[in-house]
Design a protein around this ligand. Structure first.
Ligand code: M6P
Ligand code: ZN
Length: 190
């Protein structure tokens, strides 16, 4: 009897679309990092000063379904990192530890060729190649940065806890213990 009078539950369309390369939806926020915003992260400051500070190095489209800092939620973002170098150092993201340092994150490669550089609190550095379909688990306590080592745009996606937060200060002050440079045409962590 009950079954007969029960109304169907609602079926909705998704509020967000990730069509493989783009994140689409009304609450998708875009942020842009220009070369001028990345002052101090590249070693070759002489070359850096000769370059256009207005040049876009990367932009990120993100969705924040809950307020930043909420425990238990998740965020997602797609990063578009341009090809290029400052001297022989590849264009890269600022890189960060999480403010809540034990929070983890997933990165995955969508398009192009990249290198995900990790550094733990002991300042030990290692890297993983990033390419379409590559999936990377970034454990808590590990700073992360991505470099574009190819000739085309690098696209990668990420998902991180809503209470992770970004600690840029430690990297701004001490950097990563190694730099990813093109040596004899190949990426090397030196
Ligand atoms: C990924 C995520 C974001 C991050 C972005 C750019 O999309 O990790 O949280 O903001 O990469 O990296 P960064 O903040 O280090 O510049
Ligand atoms: Zn992160």
């Amino acid at each position: 009897i009950n079954i007969l009078i029960m109304k169907d539950a609602k079926i909705f369309l998704p509020e967000l679309i990730f069509n493989g390369k783009k994140l689409i939806g009304k609450d998708v926020e875009k942020s842009t990092r220009k070369l001028g915003d990345l002052k101090g992260i590249f070693e070759d400051e002489v070359t850096f000063r000769l370059m256009d500070p207005e040049q876009v190095v990367y932009y990120v489209s993100s969705t924040f379904p809950v307020e930043e800092g909420t425990p238990g939620g998740l965020f997602m973002g797609i990063t578009y990192l341009m090809p290029g170098k400052v001297g022989n150092e590849y264009f890269m993201t600022k890189g960060h530890f999480h403010s809540n340092i034990d929070r983890a994150e997933f990165y995955w490669g969508v398009e192009g060729e990249g290198m995900l550089i990790f550094m733990n609190e002991k300042r030990e550095v290692w890297a993983e190649r990033m390419y379409p379909g590559s999936l990377h688990y970034i454990p808590g306590g590990v700073a992360h940065r991505v470099a574009n080592v190819g000739n085309d745009m690098l696209i990668f996606a990420a998902s991180w806890p809503s209470d992770a937060g970004h600690n840029y200060e430690t990297i701004a002050k001490y950097g990563f213990a190694r730099r990813l440079k093109e040596i004899d045409g190949k990426p090397k962590l030196i």
